[in-house]
Design a protein around this ligand. Structure first.
Ligand code: PLP
Length: 639
């Protein structure tokens, strides 16, 4: 189990039970745990098709609570004079169930919502709990959006557009004036501070978003000159998601607090200071502060950093501390969902049996490779093993060149490849057995090169977009058989017709890892049972970024709650089927009637020509029609 580093990335929410199944402990205050493999068995037996996202709904609740408690603790410890309100940025996961769960969990804390587009605005405005619930509207806005925001402000709701550019402010002020109501808005400030990390472009003076410092000063002067000292309600920045370095966050927080202090001293009354999102998730399972794309702080340190930095600057500047706001999405949602996929097939690198005997007329290059099999067995020390690998590689390249120019037939070429991998496997076994303190990189790389290929029924583009686009690693673990040591290593490939549709980078605190420890999926422990992998921490962004490459659709879902009164310890509140073939086709404007008409015409023609009998034609049409309702993924139950 240590192989999967669950203790590091799982933050105590995930573990393994006596049956060797992954369990989720979604609420540290409660004893209960949910057996993921049992949940999957149950929903599949109920007719749900994998791949599916299993949502541990209680984990959303836990994360919202822990975030609020972290800020409350920081405020108490620092003796900070202001309060804190979090808002959930719905773009991170807009699914209604997710948002509703977060709203409910956030009720005791007055948690608010943040949206960033017209569609999100339309979905979010009706979900505000009360007039006091904060709703921030980020991103670029047109007149219709600004008008709707003004209407909700008139209704008494605490909705603030976060102005991204001065032209938008002009438009908003004009609309407010025309409506005869006071304008209330926030301002996103372009700070000089940047936070290194994959989303670093969100910050800094070159970032796409925000109003520059000279513009901020102009806005302040304009507001003061027109008697609107209370129109600017909130100052905001966001240095980017997944901040790796808490120091960079503190620098940005100090900078925005200086802006706040100076504007306050100029005469503006700004109640809120909004530090954006960025609270990281430990996808890489790295120890705190390990660098290399990890996160160097805990949730509590994140809250402390913000509260203390704002408090110190306010004290130094002699201004009242503002009400703090943060917009954490990733850290709230990432843990709650797991993508579960069926592993369909395990392909080993080819090889020859131990008692393989070379044909008498074997080509010299094949003969060389066969001789290296014996050398691998007799080699002494890493130097000799390295030499065997070099010689084998050279012989294989020679065989490939001979084949390309027509001097080697396909049979001997195939045999050369088998022998090459057999030599590599023998060397690798020797290195593993020797377990040296240091292994030359070329020998180290053999483990990855020899890895199996495991075909999994999912699409990287639909379900793990950040892996494809940004090389983001996600923890991947077999959801059962964890009481049995995995004996193989594998790269995972998806079912899209695209070589990019693979997962060949895995979580490892030790460094780059290109193969995952897996079991022999058809082996004894498998005993004909499906072999399933869970891809963890996929609750943030992955659901929504999904792309319809090859027309693979949205995956099925199961929503699970802890329930200690059930013998299983959980109950599945809801299951949602994945997108059907018909639904995916409609997105690209193909409809069943037209497609069926075409197939019918073909069948008529073939029936006339005697290629099929009328009854067979009918059956063919029925089979074709049935696929409209099918899942877009493979049907693993076909065997
Ligand atoms: N606020 C804004 C303005 C954002 O652009 C983002 C995402 O990058 C967030 C909040 C959420 O950030 P995170 O998911 O890192 O919490």
């Amino acid at each position: 189990v240590g192989l999967y580093h669950m203790g590091a990335w799982g933050e105590g929410y995930f573990g393994v039970n006596d049956a060797g199944h992954v369990v989720c402990r979604p609420d540290p205050r409660r004893e209960g745990e949910i057996d993921l493999a049992a949940v999957v068995d149950e929903v599949v037996a109920g007719g749900l098709r994998l791949p599916a996202v299993v949502r541990f709904q209680d984990l959303l609740d836990t994360r919202v609570r822990q975030l609020n408690e972290a800020f409350q603790a920081a405020i108490a410890e620092a003796g900070y004079g202001g309060a804190y309100t979090g808002v959930y940025p719905v773009k991170v996961n807009q699914l209604r169930e997710v948002v509703d769960e977060i709203v409910e969990a956030g009720r005791p804390y007055g948690f608010g919502l943040e949206c960033g587009s017209k569609t999100e605005l339309v979905a979010t405005l009706p979900r505000l709990e009360s007039d006091d619930t904060l709703c921030l509207v980020n991103g670029y806005k047109d007149a219709a959006m600004l008008g709707l925001i003004l209407t909700f402000q008139r209704l008494g709701r605490r909705v603030l557009p976060i102005v991204e550019k001065t032209a938008e402010l002009d438009q908003f002020l004009a609309l407010a004036e025309a409506a005869g109501q006071p304008a209330r808005f926030g301002l996103r400030v372009k700070l000089s501070a940047v936070a290194p990390g994959p989303w670093t472009k969100s910050g800094g003076t070159l970032s796409k978003f925000g109003v520059s410092l000279p513009e901020v000063v102009d806005v302040a002067d304009r507001l003061l000159a027109t008697g609107r000292a209370d129109a600017l309600r909130l100052l905001h920045f966001h240095v980017g998601s997944q901040i790796g370095d808490v120091g960079a966050l503190k620098t940005a927080v100090r900078e925005i607090t200086r802006v706040y202090a100076h504007l306050t001293k100029r005469g503006l009354e700004i109640p809120y200071l909004d530090v954006g999102g960025g609270l990281g998730v430990n996808y890489e399972a790295l120890p705190l502060g390990a660098g290399r794309g990890g996160v160097d702080y805990s949730m509590q340190e994140y809250a402390n950093a913000i509260v203390y930095a704002v408090g110190e600057v306010c004290e130094a500047e002699g201004v009242a501390p503002p009400h703090l706001v943060s917009e954490n999405g990733r850290a709230v949602t990432a843990h709650h969902s797991v993508l579960v996929v069926d592993a369909l097939e395990q392909t080993e690198k080819p090889g020859v049996a131990d008692d393989f005997a070379l044909p008498a007329d074997a080509h010299p290059v094949v003969r060389d490779l066969d001789a290296l099999r014996a050398s691998a067995g007799g080699a002494v020390g890493l130097g000799e093993l390295l030499e065997v690998v070099h010689d084998a590689t050279e012989a294989r390249e020679k065989a490939e060149a001979l084949f390309q120019y027509g001097y080697l037939d396909i049979g001997p070429m195939a045999l050369a490849e088998r022998l090459y991998w057999t030599v590599c496997r023998a060397v690798h076994a020797r290195v593993e057995a020797a377990d040296p303190d240091w292994t030359p990189p070329e020998l180290e790389a053999l483990g990855d090169a020899l890895a199996d290929q495991v075909l999994c029924d999912f699409s990287v583009f639909q379900s793990l977009m950040d892996h494809w686009a940004l090389g983001q690693r996600f923890p991947i673990v077999p959801i059962a058989r964890l009481d049995e040591r995995p004996t193989r290593r594998a790269r995972l490939v998806d079912i899209t017709c695209d070589s990019d549709g693979e997962v060949a980078r895995f979580v490892s605190p030790e460094g780059d890892k290109h193969a995952l420890e897996v079991h022999d999926i058809g082996g004894e422990g498998g005993a004909g049972r499906p072999y399933r992998l869970g891809v963890f921490l996929v609750g943030a962004y992955q659901d929504i970024l999904g792309d319809a490459h090859n027309l693979f659709g949205g995956v099925a879902e199961a929503h699970v709650y802890l329930d200690e009164t059930e013998p299983s310890g959980y109950y599945v509140e809801e299951t949602l089927p994945g997108t059907t073939v018909e639904q995916m086709l409609a997105r690209v404007q193909y409809f069943p009637s037209e497609l069926q008409t075409r197939v019918q015409a073909l069948l008529r023609e073939k029936t006339k020509g005697g290629v099929v009998r009328p009854k067979q034609a009918q059956a063919i049409l029925a089979d074709y029609r049935a696929l409209f309702d099918a899942s877009t993924y493979l049907d693993a139950s076909d065997g």
